[in-house]
Design a protein around this ligand. Structure first.
Ligand SMILES: Nc1ncnc2c1ncn2[C@@H]1O[C@H](COP(=O)(O)OP(=O)(O)O)[C@@H](O)[C@H]1O
Ligand SMILES: [Mg+2]
Length: 398
């Protein structure tokens, strides 16, 4: 073999070798590419899986949340039901007894039902001083009802000082009868059982007598106690044939229990009645009210006293001539005088608001009530009642 041939052969071999390198590199590159593709595919697969898992988790979370919400709603409904049940049920006895101001008393279900009409004297905010005028009535009531309940030992022996078991306050509406009764309960420290016809009426078809009984038995347990019947003519009025049997029997029961009180002199329980229409009271009832007091329409000097009492805690000018105002209010009862003062109390407020509306400087402080406010309020009330009368006269309200 010639040198030239050898060199050609070498060249050919070198070419073959370099080509195999190229193939090898290509092969390797392809392998790398395939591996990368496989990895990418794997990663995609994993991402899809993760996505699916995430979706699944979200679904599960929604389900759990919905379930939790449902359970929470169920729980809330159960709590609300329980709370409304508890609200309907009578409050724990101990709390009721505390409310009455007699914590250690045991009561039955009927007495508990009457319990809503019982007022603890410490929660009453009127005293005899909150009642203007009526000096002689107040004095007698103090001696008859308040002293014996406050100092029973002074009245314990003999028959002469026996406390009346029935006291009736009668007079026109708005003269202070209910206020007097409350003041008596407050000052005597007696539990005040405000017997409401509405409470008894709602029960009377079933156990009317038992409820009437409970009024008295509760009064015994809580004594000293005052059984107060406001507008007593409505409950113990003249009996007539058209009356419900239940009402009749309730009255009879009431009287029997009342007589029981009269025989038990130690009982510190009094029936106190108030009425605007004493003539409508049953004879037998009137007899049992052994003391009666007229609470009449106040005269001029009494009206002045009432005005002073009503304005006692208000911000008022010192130079108000109460006697003069009282003179202008002929025929006014305590409740009408209260209306007058309420009306007058608006004038200082209106002035502050008016100042603010008109941009005038105002420190928001209202001035004291003055005599002219009362006079102006009186004119307003008169104009209003004249207007009312003329409307009524024209037949629009009648
Ligand atoms: N003599 C009085 N002194 C003070 N306020 C009175 C007087 N009379 C009535 N009032 C007031 O009038 C309102 C109604 O009185 P009230 O006692 O309910 O009258 P009655 O029971 O006689 O109809 C009460 O808010 C009370 O403050
Ligand atoms: Mg009244």
């Amino acid at each position: 073999m010639s040198l030239k041939e050898i060199s050609t052969l070498v060249q050919v071999l070198e070419l073959v070798m370099s080509m195999s390198y190229v193939f090898l590199v290509i092969y390797l590159l392809r392998a790398v590419k395939a591996a990368a593709a496989a990895i990418a595919a794997q990663q995609n697969k994993e991402a899809a899986l993760a996505e699916e898992q995430h979706k699944e988790n979200q679904k599960l979370a929604t389900l759990i949340a919905a379930k939790q919400i449902k359970e929470a709603q169920k729980l809330a409904a159960a709590i609300a039901e329980q709370q409304s049940k508890e609200a309907q049920e009578p409050a724990p006895k101990k709390a009721i007894a505390m409310h009455w101001g007699r914590p250690a008393v045991e009561t039955n279900a009927f007495e508990d039902a009457i319990g809503s009409n019982v007022v603890d004297p410490t929660r009453i905010d009127v005293t005899l001083d909150s009642v203007g005028g009526l000096d002689s009535v107040k004095k007698s009531l103090h001696e008859l009802l308040i002293l014996p309940l406050q100092r029973p030992q002074l009245f314990a022996d003999g028959k002469l000082l026996r406390q009346p078991k029935g006291v009736l306050l009668h007079g026109p509406p708005g003269t202070g009868k209910t206020t007097l009764a409350k003041a008596i309960a407050k000052e005597s420290g007696a539990v005040f059982i405000n017997v409401k016809m509405s409470t008894l009426k709602s029960k009377w078809f079933g156990d009317a007598d038992k409820y009437v009984n409970a009024v008295f038995s509760l009064a015994y347990k809580l004594q000293p106690a005052i059984i107060f019947i406001d507008e007593v003519d409505g409950f113990l009025g003249k009996r007539n044939s058209s009356e419900f049997e239940a009402l009749k029997s309730m009255k009879t029961e009431f009287m029997a229990l009342w007589d029981g009180l009269t025989t038990d002199q130690k009982a510190l329980v009094v029936v106190l009645g108030a009425t605007n229409r004493p003539d409508d009271l049953d004879e037998a009832i009137l007899r049992r009210f052994s003391r009666t007091f007229e609470v009449g329409v106040p005269g001029r000097s009494e009206r002045a006293k009432i005005l002073k009492v009503i304005l006692k805690d208000e911000k008022v000018e010192e130079d108000i001539n109460y006697d003069h105002i009282a003179g202008l209010c002929e025929g006014y009862t305590g409740s009408k005088l209260l209306d007058l003062c309420k009306q007058a109390a608006y004038f200082p407020v209106k002035e502050v608001l008016c100042d603010e509306e008109n941009g005038r400087v105002s420190d928001g402080e209202k001035r004291a009530l003055k005599q002219s406010d009362l006079e102006n309020a009186l004119s307003e009330l008169r104009a209003h009642s004249d207007q009312h009368r003329s409307i009524a006269y024209n037949g629009m309200y009648v």
